[in-house]
Design a protein around this ligand. Structure first.
Ligand SMILES: Cc1ncc(COP(=O)(O)O)c(C=O)c1O
Length: 434
């Protein structure tokens, strides 16, 4: 019998290899992207195989990915989602569950976060009727400090939700201790920092719950995708319910009566024996990912350690190459951390004899891609101006980031030649500006 699938997958791998652009790097012509997915023939074959099997909803690959990824990050449970933003929404919303009884967050409670970062680290706070309390960050690490967080704790503070900035860990051991001392929940947004460590321990393993993004710019790519991880089984159950329409039942879609009590529950004011598959204990969403995404995640996961090593190597090459240049604040790893970097941030000194825009234009003109530190100071964006919030201290550095900071890439596809061209381009620009 012809092995149609084997033939198709062989041809798929060949197709992938035939499409590789092995042309030489041409300075100023070849694009140096700041970020992107790094996909090889095994990834392409995994996608095609999932399609051939027509595994179009969440299924076996999703479950396999969840258990392998949880093991990799040292958490007991992982739940795949359709994005990192959805993962953040689920993570924070899980703390509002009635199943937490008196410990649950209620509207008006405060959540400490940072002003400079990605919007969907903060949005779930507002979306749940909670109040964000913004603190400033440091220039160089782009993270806040335990001291700043401690100063922000007030009588209504119930949780802390912060991202590890561009892969650089915040002082997560100290902030986790602070959270424990004050009875606060800690959510680590680990979307940009998979593989980073603090005190030798993986980020994402300190807080009550953590999130990851698999959008192509991130350490692992699924196209779109994300994950919520926790070692707290009660929270994991809440996350699953919220992700899967709010239902109480924990059978996978397509499975029935795993608990052998499908028609034996009585909940709410429903009649006894109402089908457990259709009993809803949370006001939920559907934020699941598909098996095709998970199939890609599985082949990507095998390369995670190499990806993280390349990110570290690339960051180091840029850092050594640019060391000592005037008028630029170069990035610094938070003490006691080993970041699996997302990007390489540069802040133009406000006193510099040139503007950020001039340097960015110069680099972009040479096909060196740049990005902003996401939103910069979120409180200055139209969406947030009228939202109830509290600011503790000032947001001076967040404002400097808004006006003076950008980042360039360190992702694994960048070659030494490309990175050296980035360094020489920055130096050339600086040489011309004194
Ligand atoms: C820190 C952080 N959190 C959350 C997200 C959202 O992830 P997604 O794009 O998968 O929704 C991002 C996106 O880049 C991010 O950088």
């Amino acid at each position: 019998m012809t092995d149609h699938k084997g033939l198709i997958l062989d041809e798929t791998r060949k197709l992938h290899l035939s499409r590789q652009d092995d042309g030489p790097f041409v300075p100023g012509v070849t694009e140096i992207w700041p970020a992107g997915a790094v996909l090889d023939e095994t990834d392409r074959a995994a996608l095609v195989e999932a399609a051939l099997e027509m595994r179009i909803a969440a299924g076996p690959s999703s479950r396999r990915f969840e258990s392998r990824f949880a093991r990799k990050l040292g958490r007991r449970k992982a739940h795949l989602t359709n994005s990192g933003s959805s993962a953040n929404l689920l993570a924070l919303t899980s703390f509002t569950s009635h199943l937490l009884e008196d410990a649950r967050l209620v509207p008006g409670d405060e959540v400490i976060t940072v002003a400079a970062g990605f919007p969907t680290t903060v949005n779930p706070i507002i979306q749940n009727g909670l109040v964000p309390v913004f603190v400033d960050v440091e220039l160089g690490t782009y993270n806040t400090t335990a001291d700043r967080v401690a100063q922000a704790i007030g009588p209504r503070t119930r949780a802390i939700m912060i991202a590890h900035a561009l892969g650089n860990p915040f002082e997560v051991a100290e902030i986790a201790q602070l959270a424990e001392n004050h009875g606060l929940f800690l959510i680590e947004d680990n979307c940009d920092a998979v593989g980073s460590t603090y005190d030798g321990r993986l980020t994402g393993s300190f807080g009550d719950i953590t999130t990851v993004s698999f959008y192509p710019a991130h350490h692992l790519a699924m196209g779109e995708g994300g994950c919520v991880l926790t070692s707290n089984l009660a929270l994991a159950r809440i996350v699953e319910s919220l992700r899967d329409w709010g239902r109480d039942c924990w059978c996978e879609p397509g499975e029935t009566n795993k608990c052998l009590k499908r028609f034996e529950y009585q909940m709410g004011t429903l009649p006894a024996g109402y089908d457990h598959k259709y009993i809803f204990s949370h006001v939920g969403y559907n934020l699941k990912a598909t098996d095709i995404q998970a199939a890609l995640g599985l082949t990507q996961l095998e390369k995670l350690d190499d990806f993280c090593a390349a990110r570290r190597r690339n960051w180091r090459r840029l850092r050594d190459g640019l060391d000592g240049l005037p008028h630029l604040i170069l990035p610094e790893a938070t003490p006691r951390s080993d970041p699996s970097w997302f990007g390489f941030a540069l802040t133009v000194d406000p006193e510099a004899p040139f503007q950020r825009a001039e340097l960015v234009d110069f680099l972009e003109g040479r096909k060196i891609g740049t990005r902003r530190l996401f939103a910069g100071n979120l409180t200055r964006h139209p969406a947030y101006i009228d939202q109830e919030h509290r600011v503790v201290g000032d947001l001076t550095n967040s404002d400097i980031i808004t006006e003076q900071t950008f980042w360039i890439g360190v992702y694994p596809a960048l070659t030494e030649e490309m990175l050296d061209y980035v360094v020489s381009s920055v130096k050339e620009f600086m040489g011309a500006r004194g």
